[in-house]
Design a protein around this ligand. Structure first.
Ligand code: SAJ
Length: 415
């Protein structure tokens, strides 16, 4: 059987590589010619542990190839971006474009799976786009083997552990019909060792959003506690550690804000589906989005009396030990510090050798990338934004006499 994986990003490419590794013929489809070229040369255009060997192996054995056009296939897996717009609603243009391209090639009895994180109702909408373009297939909706099957199978893998979690995590699969759910389960059971739970498409869409909103709300609780604790002169890390000794309390860790392309985005899809009743979920988003401003104010206060202050900012990624800076609160904090303190020099220490500044920061004349040790040595204030393991090499004596803003509680035992 041939499987087309549409969108070769953080989710599509690992899924394509794993399916190909199981001996299926997989055609990866991507609008970006550089991605297509990279994959066909067995290369991965982003950083994800272990993905490279899977892609290189699958391509060299002839099970995986990439192309720009939609092929004919038995099953289509759509893993395109679903970003959010300024009004916080989901932008479904990429899903709709994929659906139109699939409509041109799809045949009776094919299976179409939406993997992209989507607002409730999107699988239905994708099916409608395809079936409106293909009345011949719409007429076969009740024709047993000839009916086209539609399902939602949300990804739940953690960046940095994708190749492990794709195989070991449980999956939720929601079909527009029970037949579609079980056909999709048949495909995923080829590589998924976790249990597969079947439901309808809208519940599966909502389950994915709810998982990330759950985490967002819990992180917001920790972030709110950190601001309250700062105002009360209490060490929040100590406070949380003590409270977590209670058998039914498990507070997460505060930080500089919430980043990444999932947790900072997905809760808005729930809010836009029912704005009136999503008060807690919306407020959590607002609390987490306000945290970078709190960090900026803390740093500004620390350098207030210094004419041309030097600020060392450690880390830009959205979390520890990854190189992904999308929606990263650290990037926003550095950008705002640079704009609000034009006389200041912001030296950014990065943990990945050869890493460069993201686009939002390259234009700023007072922001430079500096070796971490040099940035710390030159700084009046050190703000730790990401708890990368590599930053452990900074010794407490290097921080002596400097203002330290530790947004992750990284040095709470050593400083
Ligand atoms: N963060 C905190 N404090 C914490 C935990 C996290 O401030 O105690 C911050 C991180 O620093 C980061 C953000 O939250 O900025 C999100 O990081 P994360 O590790 O919680 O999650 P992601 O975005 O890497 O991946 C999430 C996962 N979802 C859940 O754990 C419910 C993953 O399983 C999903 O597959 C992924 O979103 C996704 O693609 O939706």
């Amino acid at each position: 059987a041939a499987v087309a994986v549409v969108g070769l990003g953080y989710i599509g490419l690992p899924t394509a590589a794993i399916l190909a590794g199981k001996g299926l013929k997989v055609i990866g489809v991507d609008v970006n010619p550089y991605t297509v070229e990279a994959v066909n040369e067995g290369r991965v255009p982003f950083v994800e542990p272990d993905l490279g060997v899977h892609v290189a192996g699958a391509v060299s054995q002839g099970f995986l190839k990439a192309q720009g056009n939609m092929p004919e296939a038995d099953a289509y897996i759509v893993a395109v971006p679903t970003p959010f717009k300024d009004d916080k609603t989901a932008d479904l243009v990429y899903v709709e474009q994929a659906a139109r391209n699939i409509a041109a090639r799809i045949r009776p009895g094919n299976l179409v799976i939406l993997e992209s994180t989507s607002p409730p109702g999107t699988t239905r909408r994708m099916a409608d786009v395809i079936l409106e373009l293909r009345p011949d297939l719409a007429a076969k909706a009740n024709d047993g083997e000839d009916a086209v099957l539609f399902a939602h199978c949300p990804e739940r893998v953690l960046p940095g552990r994708i190749m492990i979690e794709l195989v070991t995590n449980d999956r939720i699969i929601g079909g527009l019909t029970p037949e579609a759910a079980s056909a999709a389960a048949g495909l995923y059971s080829i590589f998924c060792q976790g249990s597969i739970h079947l439901t309808d498409a809208a519940t599966a869409e909502m389950a994915k959003l709810v998982e990330n909103a759950y985490r967002d709300v819990n992180i917001a609780f920790a972030n709110e506690l950190s601001v309250i604790s700062d105002n009360l002169g209490i060490d929040v890390w100590n406070l949380i550690e003590l409270a977590n000794h209670h058998p039914r309390v498990n507070i997460l860790q505060p930080g500089p804000g919430v980043g990444g392309h999932c947790i900072a985005v997905d809760p808005w899809f729930i809010v836009s589906a029912d704005p009136e009743n999503s008060r807690l979920i919306r407020t959590a988003r607002e609390v987490n989005d306000a945290k970078p401003g709190h960090v900026v104010a803390e740093v500004n206060a620390a350098v207030a009396g210094i004419a041309e202050p030097v600020i060392a900012a450690l880390g830009l990624a959205f979390k520890a030990n990854v190189d992904d800076t999308r929606e990263s609160p650290a990037v926003e904090i550095v950008r705002r510090l640079a704009l609000e303190n034009r006389a200041a020099r912001i030296m950014v220490g990065l943990s990945f050798p050869g890493a460069t500044l993201p686009e939002e920061l390259v234009q700023l004349p007072n922001v430079t990338v500096t070796a971490t040790g040099d940035a710390v040595a030159a700084a009046d204030a050190v703000v730790l934004l990401v708890d990368h393991d590599a930053f452990r090499e900074i010794r407490p004596e290097q921080l002596a006499g400097k203002a330290v803003i530790d947004t992750r509680g990284f040095w709470r035992t050593t400083v």
